[in-house]
Design a protein around this ligand. Sequence first.
Ligand SMILES: O=C(O)CCC(=O)C(=O)O
Ligand SMILES: [Fe+2]
Length: 204
Amino acid sequence: MLSHHPTTLHNLLPYDGTVLYYGRIMAKKIADYYFNQLLANIEWKNDEAKMFGKHYITKRKVAWYGLEPFEYTYSKITKSALPYTQELIEISELIYRLTNTTYNACLLNLYHNGSESMAWHSDAEKMLKKNGAIASISLGAERKFSFKHKETKEVKSILLEHGSLLIMQDETQSHWLHRLPPTTKIETERINLTFRTIIKEKSS
Ligand SMILES: O=C(O)CCC(=O)C(=O)O
Ligand SMILES: [Fe+2]
């Protein structure tokens, strides 16, 4: 079920990148189903980070899955991807049907409530395909999501609905930061899936 025809999608960003919000791409019942399945079946771990020689553990939980056991380094911690679960296979097929784009890995985040957030960053790690698209699926609590231009500091925000799809593509990661701001208004969980394309390192 596609709520918006692709030709009616408009770019949320005024320049230097493309962010397309597809809105809710599945019925509420289906979104509820995936939320519950992912909550139960994903190997959620507390995110760890090393900064200035200190070791931090976040309340937010994360998981890393892929079509191959890709190693992914974020917050200076390297993890090997687990094989896609049935739900990840189905959701990636749904994204393919809507956008005609494929991905080979998925980073998952579990925010227990509005106090858990993600700080300003861009997803431009070396192992990610340069200017490759990132497909973001949101399930559970509706949260605000913001973009900030690295030079002009212009901010654009959007509400990410239950069962929705957002695509970040083109130069977005080079010119814009994004974040999931904390909020005191949300007391329930949100799951986010970002499908990405990992490039294999050339063997020398
Ligand atoms: O939770 C979100 O919507 C965004 C997560 C994100 O930006 C990331 O995992 O890189
Ligand atoms: Fe991100």
